[in-house]
Design a protein around this ligand. Sequence first.
Ligand SMILES: C[S@@+](CC[C@H](N)C(=O)[O-])C[C@H]1O[C@@H](n2cnc3c(N)ncnc32)[C@H](O)[C@@H]1O
Length: 199
Amino acid sequence: MDRQFPDWEQLYQEQAVESMPWFYKALDPDLERALHQLNLTQGTVLDIGTGLGTQAIALAKLGFRVTATDLSTTAIEKAIEKTQDAKLGILWMQDDILNSRLDQQFDMIVDRGCFHVLPPQRRQNYVSVVAHLLKPSGYLFLKCFSTLETRESGPYRFTPSDIQEIFQSHFHLLSAEETQYYGTLDPIPKALFCILKNF
Ligand SMILES: C[S@@+](CC[C@H](N)C(=O)[O-])C[C@H]1O[C@@H](n2cnc3c(N)ncnc32)[C@H](O)[C@@H]1O
């Protein structure tokens, strides 16, 4: 079944970002735990589909050197406005991950909710772009909806074996845990948090 998504640019122009389902001010608890367990405390991070940039900002505050991108120019403008702390040194950029203009490689990539809104026929395109943007043995932290989520509308849903199959050409799947997509929805959507390592 093809799922319907908003025109992202129009959405960010028209809606208050704090009311969006994915808005979560703090660092995602699953990401926080993964960074701790893997003892990752520094390095370069790309936050794909950053939206209002909450994750990018939280990561920069921890000392990571962050590049944050989104398809929507307005999302990026609003994120810059909210940041107010130029010292964090975040590089904000409008960019379509399926047609990316990025030409640098990162130690880590965070995707909290971008992959699961992409058209299924573009997933392999996404996997190869992301693999090329990551340094060898770099980590991809991926949060997406789980097939345990029963709401009708919203993003695509995945099982751990779906993720294994989609990413296997370029990544080892280290873990895929059932968890939640923290944001503004009640009840909180069921999600997968996956840690993948580039070949
Ligand atoms: C569910 S929101 C998640 C926002 C943010 N990661 C967060 O956790 O708050 C998905 C985001 O992906 C962005 N997006 C959708 N398609 C994209 C693409 N092809 N390239 C980059 N960003 C995209 C949307 O504009 C939106 O901000």
